[in-house]
Design a protein around this ligand. Structure first.
Ligand SMILES: [Zn+2]
Ligand SMILES: [Zn+2]
Length: 170
């Protein structure tokens, strides 16, 4: 894996500069730009946005390797300089959904009708990360608004909506 990333760097296929923004979340099945394996929904994916080169999606481990290789050729910048969203585990994200549902900051999914299409860069309602064009966007018809979410986020959101409805029952 190290050598693949190293080779890509040498070939100029991977950028050597630091991202302007980086995000961490769960994979959506996209191929990792480092090792070319897909990043599963159970794996942490790092999304790195660059000003002048395409967005990179990497496994957490591949991101660390890439960062290590790039760091050797660049002066280190303070960690705080790049915005890394706190790593949320599936359980933490679920907890967050539960709280937001309880506070009605997130509407419960009542109908299981949705459309899927390519992301357009709009933020996911659940994790607030943008849904990129390579990701699948779930569009749910809400009461007066269209709700959009990542596939993985939608699944958690729906599960929580359902269990919330069951709890409410006498
Ligand atoms: Zn990888
Ligand atoms: Zn999401």
């Amino acid at each position: 894996m190290d050598s693949t990333i190293e080779a890509k760097l040498a070939a100029g296929l991977l950028p050597r500069h630091r991202p302007v923004k980086s995000w961490a979340g769960f994979g959506t099945g996209n191929a990792c730009d480092g090792c070319d394996e897909s990043i599963l929904a159970t794996e942490v994916e790092h999304e790195l946005d660059f000003a002048k080169s395409p967005t990179l999606r990497l496994h957490a481990t591949c991101e660390a390797i890439w960062r290590g290789l790039v760091a050797e050729t660049q002066p280190a910048t303070p960690q705080s300089a790049h915005m890394t969203m706190s790593l949320l585990s599936a359980e933490q994200l679920r907890q967050q959904i539960r709280v937001r549902l309880a506070q009605e900051r997130l509407p419960a999914i009542v109908v299981g009708i949705y459309k899927t299409h390519q992301g357009t860069g709009r933020p996911c309602l659940v994790c607030l990360r943008e849904i990129g064009p390579t990701q699948m966007e779930y569009e749910v018809d809400g009461v007066s608004v269209v709700l959009i979410a990542h596939e993985a986020c939608y699944a958690l959101w729906r599960e929580e909506s359902v269990s919330r409805r069951q709890e409410k029952r006498p």
